[in-house]
Design a protein around this ligand. Structure first.
Ligand code: BGC
Length: 373
């Protein structure tokens, strides 16, 4: 057994060129696919990548949605650690709160849906109170992406071409996202984008995690760490005030592992904020850890991005239909850890810039690594 784990470990960390193993006893990477319905004339396909240790990640060409992440608990039992639906009708329902999707062109909020770039003011749809949220009425989460299986059976490349003027944003943007499952149980997401006119770009993934895999109805008993000494406080519409404040001594302090339920009641509306990561450079660095003691499941999040939105599923209210196993997804049923640039950056010159110019390439890598302890 030891020998096989050793082999697996070196088989294909993060490569898209995993060679089939000569040893039949060592399972290989594989990608299976199943058509699950149609959106307009496009067939919607669910692709499932599996790795040699049995972890599985399923992804749709609709919205680039991660529909399932199957990982083992400490007893070796498989469980699905993300919320989702049992059919495409679930994904398509009005009010789907972005389960598992790719969010773009601009993840999170832009105040009043307005920004000025190169002397021109752009008005986006306001789809979240007075603000624009997650790319508009039909963001990258509600479009069909072109999918290509890359060599090695561990990577899927998704491409979406967003037109100049789409959802009010300037510039033709080509967004490419590569989902890779490694032999070390890492789901890596590589984002790239180019444009032919300056435009704000902020891409992320919106998985709702519950590491109990259905055993606990909420994440209040999950232990979270955020590698962030500071966060961006918000107004009542969840737009950052522009200040960057220390978390020390406040309910926002997750610098050491803390149960999510511990201080939640003292945060008006629950956690739905951007933390400023303690980055030391531009590379991939640890941003968060999440631990569910009973199952032993442990998740680490690494990112190249400067921020992370921790959203504690505050608006889930048990009303979604076509959920997996008919489950009621109640308030705090799951949480999102959205690696990102800070919300409303186009209107906040003191925040790191989100403006992508013609000739430049936007890049972002995030890794969700699963293990047990
Ligand atoms: C936002 C929440 C919002 C949710 C939508 C999160 O990224 O921060 O405020 O309700 O997405 O599902």
């Amino acid at each position: 057994m030891k020998k096989y784990s050793f082999l697996i470990l070196f088989a294909a960390a993060f490569a898209c060129k995993n060679k089939p193993s000569a040893d039949a006893k060592v399972a290989a990477f594989a990608i299976s696919e199943a058509a699950i319905g149609k959106v307009d004339t496009s067939t919607i396909t669910e692709y499932t990548i599996s790795n040699p240790s049995g972890m599985k990640v399923s992804i749709l060409n609709y919205g680039g949605t991660v529909t399932k992440i199957i990982t083992k608990d400490k007893a070796g039992n498989d469980g699905d650690v993300v919320l989702g639906f049992d059919s495409l009708a679930g994904n398509l329902q009005k009010g789907n709160p972005y389960f598992g999707v790719l969010v773009g062109r601009y993840a999170n909020r832009i105040a009043k849906g307005k920004f000025t770039l190169d002397g021109k003011t752009y008005q986006l749809a306001t789809n979240n109170g007075p603000n624009a949220l997650h790319g508009g009425l039909k963001g990258y989460d509600k479009v069909v992406w072109t999918v290509e299986k890359l060599a090695g059976d561990s990577c899927l490349q998704l491409t979406y071409k967003s037109k100049d003027g789409e959802e009010g944003y300037p510039g033709n943007v080509v967004a490419t996202v590569v989902y890779t499952l490694s032999s070390a149980n890492e789901l890596k997401i590589d984002y790239k984008a180019t444009t032919d006119k300056a435009t704000p770009v902020n891409l992320t993934n919106h998985c709702y995690f519950n590491l109990s895999a259905g055993a606990d109805s909420t994440i209040l008993n999950h232990e979270l760490t955020l590698v962030a000494d500071k966060y961006t406080p918000v107004d009542t519409t969840l737009i950052p005030t522009g200040k960057i404040e220390p978390v020390k001594g406040t309910p926002m302090d997750f610098t050491a592992p803390k149960l999510i339920g511990k201080d939640l009641a003292s945060v008006a509306g629950g956690y739905d904020h951007n933390w400023v990561l303690n980055k030391t450079g531009k590379g991939l660095e640890l941003a968060a850890t999440l631990y569910h003691v009973a199952s032993g499941r442990y998740m680490e999040v690494f990112t190249t991005e400067p921020g992370i939105q921790f959203y504690s599923g505050n608006f889930l209210d048990g009303t979604l239909t076509n959920t997996k196993g008919g489950k009621k997804y109640v308030q705090h049923a799951a949480l999102c850890l959205e690696t990102q640039h800070f919300p409303d950056s186009p209107n906040e010159p003191s925040f790191p810039s989100v403006i992508l110019k013609s000739g430049e390439t936007y890049t972002h890598t995030s890794v969700y690594k699963f293990s047990v302890k």
